[in-house]
Design a binder for this molecule. Structure first.
Ligand code: HEC
Length: 304
């Protein structure tokens, strides 16, 4: 009798409604797993900021920055310049020394290993505009390459040395190459399928909660999060346009810092284990950030 009762229609129904309740719990879990999404349209590039912070008109180019210079030092308003005001000055700062060091290194290495120089330039030694086209899919290697990834690969193939992503020498060369695209807009090829796949993964990561506090990148950098609000003395700025400015000399760290090292700093703030620069997760995030900077001018030397 007892066994039969277990399969009675009433029990089955009860079981089904339990499953439905569980299903609902799974659906509710989605919001525990992800921060509510604000759409990112890859085709809009940096213009997408108009639906995020709307601060783009303040920092989109040198003219806009000059027109809004009065906001510099204004405790409440300065964040609207997206930290770009220091980027676009050609004043001497320690980062400019890094460019000189990289230039000398390339000259010295290039004498013995000219193929290292052509490897960096994808066949050319004129690097003008090259950095603006990264990250990109390399059909020969069958993978998406960031500029730092390219520096590492060329050092490996042509100099037989390891210049890991995130190492100072690698970042210096990346910074130098970036300076050769000064004034040019970021131009990532969004018609490339592997790039868009990386973008999608990066976008997913941006909204995914992680770490002890359940923060996502969006919790701090999206308009329905803390964007424009103060957090421990710093005002959270838009992620649009950031890619154009990295690597940057970070005066707080006293060191040239790559974009992926900046991700590490935020991961630590989120109480999430930081990853190594070059990790596929950081690479996908870098592609997302690069696409969100499409159209933004690359500064000669950046600083924060
Ligand atoms: C707890 C809040 C918080 C979270 C979560 C967070 N960040 Fe940040 N992030 C900051 C603060 C504060 C700054 C410095 C102010 C600014 O530029 O917005 C910053 C700056 C940055 C910058 C440099 C901006 C610039 O112009 O120099 C990047 C890039 C960045 N964050 C990426 C990320 C990514 C990617 C994630 C997710 C993995 C993330 N952040 C998660 C707080 C956060």
């Amino acid at each position: 009798m007892k066994t039969k009762n277990m399969y009675s229609p009433a029990r089955l129904l009860a079981g089904l409604s339990m499953a439905a309740a569980l299903g609902m719990a799974v659906a509710a879990d989605e919001s525990l797993e992800y921060f509510p999404r604000t759409p990112i349209d890859p085709a809009k590039g940096v213009e997408g900021d108009m639906e995020w912070s709307g601060t783009l008109p303040f920092w989109r180019d040198d003219q806009a920055l000059a027109a809004n210079a009065k906001l510099i030092g204004d405790h409440h308003e300065e964040w609207k310049l997206n930290m770009k005001f220091i980027d676009h000055q050609d004043d001497m700062h320690p980062g400019t020394l890094d460019i000189d060091i990289a230039e000398k290194l390339l000259k010295d290495w290039g004498k013995k290993h000219p193929k290292f120089l052509t490897c960096l330039g994808e066949g050319k030694t004129d690097y003008t505009g090259l950095a603006a086209t990264y990250p990109k899919y390399d059909a020969n290697l069958g993978k998406v390459m960031t500029l730092e990834g390219r520096v590492q690969q060329c050092a490996q193939d042509e100099l037989f040395i390891n210049l890991p992503q995130g190492s100072l020498t690698n970042i210096r060369i990346t910074y130098y190459l970036k300076s050769k695209s000064a004034g040019m807009p970021v131009k990532v090829d969004i018609s490339s399928k592997p790039i868009m796949e990386a973008f999608k993964r990066g976008e997913d990561l941006f909204f995914k909660r992680a770490g002890q506090f359940g923060f996502s990148c969006a919790s701090c950098h999206a308009p329905n999060g803390l964007l424009g609000k103060k957090l421990r003395g710093q005002t959270l700025t838009t992620p649009f346009g950031d890619y154009a400015s990295y690597p940057a000399y970070l005066s707080g760290r006293g060191e040239l810092t790559s974009l992926q090292q900046r991700f590490r700093i935020c991961h630590v703030q989120m109480r999430t284990a930081p990853l190594r620069p070059g990790d596929p997760v950081y690479q996908d995030l870098e592609v997302l950030y690069a696409v969100m900077s499409n159209g933004a001018p690359i500064p000669g030397t950046s600083m924060r």
